[in-house]
Design a protein around this ligand. Sequence first.
Ligand code: GRF
Length: 213
Amino acid sequence: MTNAVILISGSGSNLQAFIDQIHTGELELDITQVISNNPSAFGLERASKARIKSSVIDHREFNSRQEFDQALIDQIDLTEPDLVILAGFMRILTEEFVNHFSKRLINIHPSLLPKYPGTNTHQRAIDANDEWHGASIHFVVPEVDAGPVILQGRLKVALGDTPDSLQQKIHKIEHQLYPLAVKWFSQGRLSFKGNKVLLDDETSLDQLQSFDL
Ligand code: GRF
């Protein structure tokens, strides 16, 4: 079975989606540990409730990004994961970290990448009068919020949508698509062709799914 480490900073609703799908048998995944950089992340309680080992590595206790990332690498390597899942982990990672976990490090970002890397994505989509907004699951490369996309989910921005309403809707998409992308990874169905991700070696993977929420 694929064993994974999940990194969080906050609520951990995506972590919960993995836990729930493991419990229903929809997803076969061994979450060996959860790590948070934030001691008060609610996701730590979710991990403890699900009896998953967790630890806190507080970035504020380190003098440099390099030292923090090295401590993170050391903790992650203890369980030799096949996959490292960033689930709302709000730290920019060094090139050393990303390269250490190359091709086994994935992230979810609340925008239709390459649109809106960084923060405030919902407000930016509203300000730009975008017809569509959504979330992207991608392999991580040193450049922030870039890297080969595995799956994207989108919805139409409705009149009157606010950053909060969009965030809620996009969470629903994320909770369906992130476990699905991890399932494909754990089944060995994903491969790379240049900067593209293939499913079952097919170039025709429908990587953009539309939702009506
Ligand atoms: C998600 O919206 C994800 O796209 C972004 O951070 C949020 C994390 O939410 N990277 P949660 O902690 O999983 O509830």
